[in-house]
Ligand binder design. Structure first.
Ligand SMILES: [Fe+2]
Length: 236
């Protein structure tokens, strides 16, 4: 591949824009074929952020929203690496996460389901990958929550991830799931990703990442672009 270009997105790794079992995609998915645009300098560079504004506490969701104590729930560590299509580390790249609290509730006016907010949990965090492409978040395990897609629909435990990578064309928004969750087999958002790619969104429990007496550890590696790319989400 010529220098300064990136691999085309491998659509076999991603959900279709319209997936009828996930009802709102029918309304918002494009009805016409996409028009490919040739990459120019603006897609192959940036974005560049003021990384100095990312503070160490931003990656600790058990502390960045604390007002009078610690958030309730099972403390967990989520760590991993961000890699490009050739398996090289993606360094110094911004990762943003957001999630429900341990009771399965977001601080958002659109989320009015019958579960308590946690006064010590904000539910958002960010960090920048290191020289080996590594990242690490401390948080609490998000609860499952109901949603109105169909009767008795529940989202599996999940954490939302947004990454930019080295160029705007490597932007990825995805969700991380937990191993062994019985709701995965029932979740149209998880199932909208092609079968062979779904497991890339499921984290792995790790005793090495686990901190003795403090928090369970999960590993979630993320690949930007190429045939091994982590599937993007279609929303929610
Ligand atoms: Fe969510």
């Amino acid at each position: 591949m010529p220098a300064g270009t990136i691999a085309p997105r491998d659509w076999a790794s991603h959900p279709p824009y319209i997936y009828p079992d996930y009802k709102s995609t029918v309304l918002r998915g494009p009805k016409h074929p996409l028009v490919p645009l040739r990459h120019t300098l603006s897609e192959l560079t940036g974005p560049v952020y003021g990384h100095e504004s990312v503070r160490p506490l931003d990656s600790d969701l058990t502390k960045n929203g604390a007002r009078s104590g610690e958030p309730l729930g099972e403390r967990i560590i989520v760590a991993g690496r961000v890699l490009d299509e050739a398996g090289r580390p993606v360094r110094n790249t911004l990762i943003e996460v957001w999630q429900a609290n341990a009771a399965g509730r977001y601080i958002h006016k659109a989320d009015q389901h019958d579960a308590p907010l946690d006064p010590n949990f904000f539910g958002g965090g960010r960090c920048v990958t290191d020289e080996a492409g590594r990242y690490r978040f401390m948080t609490v395990k998000p609860g499952a929550y109901p949603w109105p897609n169909h009767h008795n629909a529940w989202r599996p435990n999940h954490i939302h991830f947004s990454l930019f990578g080295p160029t705007i064309a490597t932007r990825l928004v995805t969700q991380m799931y937990f191993p062994g969750d019985p709701l995965l087999a029932l979740d149209p958002i998880f199932l909208s990703a092609p079968e062979g790619a779904r497991d890339r969104m499921v984290s792995t429990f790790s005793l090495d990442v686990t901190e003795s007496g403090y928090a369970l550890g999960y590993i979630f590696d993320i690949v930007l672009r190429g045939p091994a790319e982590t599937p993007m989400e279609t929303g929610r």
